[in-house]
Ligand binder design. Structure first.
Ligand code: ZN
Ligand code: ZN
Length: 377
């Protein structure tokens, strides 16, 4: 997620500064909860206002809930990842609870090809993913797709390649190489294990199709969104969409390194695909309601940024005075600050995806949050 952070000028010192905060983080008990609330034996952390409706109901039932509750999630224990079948030969690998560096992956098994979509942040998590894939695919995966350049999605590449060929957007390869393993420095307490940098070797710009026997798997790039190099994996026959970090479920979207306006445009294009099931980059599998939920958050960011900008407020000032309202239930709400930075850049006329000082923005996010965001990878 933050790999870029250690590659812009002056950033290693910023990372060091963040590192001093890391050491003050409390230990996370194994299997414990990320949040504290009275009904959780004190192991969880109460973190929301409002959302009573969303809290009382499952939030992921195919669009039956209103927009707010479809975004909301209760405190979620850090649980074991699970392989979830979505259609014959198509699986989502969901890693709860979807917070920083806890991403989803996927598998599409054709007659002569097994395609893995993203890996995991740590050696342990990537090995587990490989083991779980071996339970559903007799064949060793021969293709691996990286949806974008963030380390949580590709640090596990070496568990699959060789023999798998790694496919990604042209710019993702460039940024993976440029960013290296810098993300590991941000959260040194994480047991990263061996994650040798293993960049994609097959790249494209706009679209490419994998013919896995009779199964057609379309990879497409639709412009800057979560980053400048997001690609989507679309299986038209089953109408399953692997959305990478352009869509989130129960987790705060994050566009610091991409574009708010671009994300909204890309989401509109993805809607046209008319997917039945969507595997977000983080959070549980959902349906088309994820379009509405993510779009609502991004439009809200644009609204509060526009007001704040017009009033001459800094992004931190806007964040401080903002009531998260219906979005208070999303995990990792501190991303508000990073998103405001990107929205301000766009209000100032910067092109979607243009580079901004992400280290400074992240530093402000830490300041607003009061500490480094939690990472339980
Ligand atoms: Zn990402
Ligand atoms: Zn991610």
């Amino acid at each position: 997620m933050l790999a870029l952070l250690v590659n812009v000028s002056g950033v290693p010192s910023a990372a060091d500064a963040l590192g001093t905060r890391v050491r003050r983080l409390p230990e996370m008990p194994a299997g414990g909860c990320r949040r504290r609330s009275p009904d959780c034996g004190g192991k969880c952390t109460s973190f929301r206002r409002g959302f009573a409706t969303g809290l009382e109901k499952p939030w992921n039932r195919g669009g039956q809930l209103n927009r707010a509750s479809s975004l909301a999630r209760n405190h979620v224990p850090v649980k074991t990842p699970r392989m979830q079948q979505l259609a014959p030969g198509i699986y989502a690998y969901v890693q709860p609870d979807g917070g920083w560096c806890i991403n989803n992956a996927g598998v599409v098994i054709g007659e002569d090809t097994t395609v893995v979509i993203d890996t995991a942040a740590t050696e342990r998590r990537a090995r587990l993913l490989r083991e779980e894939i071996a339970k559903v695919s007799l064949r060793t995966p021969n293709l691996l797709v990286n949806t974008h350049f963030h380390g949580d999605h590709h640090f596990g590449n070496a568990q699959f390649s060789p023999p798998a060929t790694i496919v990604a957007h042209e710019v993702a390869r460039t940024e993976i190489i440029e960013a290296g393993l810098g993300l590991r420095q941000l959260w040194p307490q994480v047991e990263w294990g061996e994650t040798p940098l293993t960049p994609p070797t097959l790249t494209f710009h706009d679209a490419i199709t994998i013919h896995a026997g009779q199964t057609r798997i379309e990879l497409m790039h639709l412009g800057p969104a979560h980053t400048t190099n997001d690609i989507f994996v679309w299986v038209p026959e089953s109408r399953v969409l692997f959305a990478g970090d352009v869509l989130w479920n129960g987790v705060t979207p994050f566009c610091l390194m991409g574009s708010i306006a671009g994300s909204l445009q890309v989401i509109e294009r993805l809607r046209e695909l008319d997917p039945v099931l969507i595997v977000p980059g983080h959070g549980d599998v959902g349906g088309p309601e994820l379009f509405d939920a993510n779009e609502a958050y991004l439009r809200w960011i644009q609204d509060i940024a526009r007001d704040g900008h017009a009033s001459g407020l800094s992004t931190l000032e806007v964040a401080s005075k903002t009531d998260l309202g219906e979005f208070a239930g999303l995990l990792d709400p501190e991303r508000l600050v990073g998103n405001l930075h990107r929205a301000y850049a766009e209000l100032a006329g910067l092109a979607p995806g243009a580079r901004i000082d992400v280290a400074a923005a992240f530093g402000e996010m830490v300041a607003h949050h009061g500490r480094l965001p939690d990472c339980h990878a």
